[in-house]
Design a protein around this ligand. Structure first.
Ligand SMILES: Cc1ncc(COP(=O)(O)O)c(C=O)c1O
Length: 412
């Protein structure tokens, strides 16, 4: 028996949900894929740290410095447990998923890829998992190839994937859950195939880590990246998980204080993991906020969270498909799919749709969602995206649907 999410208590933790966007128009927040709202306990944990324990870490011998160091390293250990990493040293704190992918491209990629080597991506990637590799391609002459997806189903073409693996890529990098389609890719199977073909694997977990329990070892990921702000945590903190042997073999990323063992005028030797990749003063309070977010999610329980989101998705999806002139991007069933619903409405451009929805207090996103190649595959310049999280209700979805019918009436 899955224990139900205590929805009223959860919603009470998010004061903004009590807010009216305009007098008499309460907020319906359906933009969690871009960034989630922040609950009071996490903000309070960060405030307590800043008010009572704050100091720079690792360098001081005074009490506050020791407390701050302990809290920061405690946050790292919590993240390691959260994603099933074998060692806390495999967790590198970065600003966000984007920085984590850039770190891998600019260290592992620069050191171990050479001209002509193949990196395999997919056509459903966020720009964060395309552009760093294009930059590296310009710099080093590596080749990029893209696994296509079926626009009708929103699923990767896994036969094409196998064919591309036969070309011997050195790295395969793909999204765990698409930020546009909601598709959840079969990561463990794809990773197994990639390893058999001799490739390392980077998984972009920016949209999966907030919604599903992740175990990097069970998934077989060599690198796994995500952002704190998409899972109730603060901005400015993200995670690069890397297998220890890989992180040890790679050169450091940024140079400066904190990442060295020794510096002379002639040169430096890098610090051990994970400090080697954390140059300068890190986002200490934000790492503590991320750990508090993980605690919040784990206390509610993954089963309750995923059951609630699946229930909302199963409620919304068939009703969305009934809206006249609505074309869904992504799977039209809830199998291996998260609560992200992007669509093209014949009646109006996504920017107009979003503006009308905002008038009714419904916050959605309009645009290409940092996935222009994906949209090109559909032939749409942009889409409207409604995305769910644990604080949403069926009433929220009814408000969305009502406002969409209003758009159709106004423009149709
Ligand atoms: C799938 C995916 N990857 C990467 C990113 C980049 O995340 P961030 O902007 O936090 O670096 C996002 C953000 O929307 C995303 O959805």
């Amino acid at each position: 028996m899955v224990s139900a999410l205590p929805l009223e208590r959860v919603r009470a933790d998010f004061p903004v949900l009590q807010r009216e966007v305009r007098p008499g128009v309460p907020l319906v927040y359906l933009d969690s894929t871009a960034s989630t709202l922040k609950p009071r306990p996490i903000i309070e944990r960060m405030a307590a740290f800043y008010l009572h324990h704050y100091a720079n870490i690792h360098r001081g011998i005074h009490t506050l410095a020791e407390e701050a160091t302990e809290a920061y390293e405690g946050a790292r250990a919590r993240v390691a447990r959260f994603i099933g990493a074998a060692h806390p040293e495999e967790i590198v704190f970065v600003r966000n998923a984007t920085e984590a992918i850039n770190l891998v491209a600019r260290t592992w990629g620069r050191a171990f890829l050479k001209e002509g080597d193949l990196v395999l991506l997919t056509e459903m990637e966020h720009h964060a998992n395309i552009v760093p590799w294009q930059q590296l391609a310009r710099e080093k002459g590596i080749r990029l190839a893209f696994v296509p997806f079926h626009p009708e189903t929103g699923r990767l073409d896994l036969e094409a994937y196998e064919d591309l693996l036969a070309q011997g890529p050195k790295l395969v990098a793909f999204v765990h859950m698409s930020n546009v389609l909601g598709t959840v890719n079969p990561v463990a199977e794809m990773t197994r195939q990639a390893h058999e073909a001799g490739a390392a694997v980077l998984v972009d977990g920016a949209q999966a880590a907030p919604h599903y329990p992740v175990n990097v070892q069970a998934l077989g990921a060599d690198f796994y990246v995500f952002s704190g702000h998409k899972m109730l945590g603060p901005t400015g903190i993200g995670v690069l998980y890397g297998r220890r042997d890989l992180l040890e073999a790679m050169p450091p990323f940024l140079g400066g204080g904190g990442m060295i063992r020794k510096v002379t005028l002639e040169g430096f030797t890098p610090a051990d993991l994970p400090a080697k990749y954390e140059a300068g003063t890190p986002a200490i309070g934000e790492a503590i906020g991320l750990a508090a977010a993980i605690e919040y999610l784990e206390t509610l329980g993954w089963e309750a969270i995923t059951a609630h989101e699946r229930d909302l998705g199963a409620y919304l999806l068939p009703r969305l498909l009934e809206v006249p002139g609505l074309h869904l991007l992504g799977p039209a069933d809830m199998e291996n799919r998260g609560g992200v619903f992007s669509f093209w409405l014949e009646a109006a451009h996504p920017h107009d749709v979003a503006q009308v929805l905002d008038h009714y207090g419904v916050a959605v996103r309009a645009g290409h969602h940092c996935a222009q190649p994906l949209h090109r595959r559909y032939g749409y310049p942009a889409s409207t995206r409604a995305s769910l999280y644990l604080y949403n209700t069926r009433e929220d979805l009814d408000r969305l649907l009502k406002a969409l019918y209003r758009v159709v009436e106004m423009f149709g």
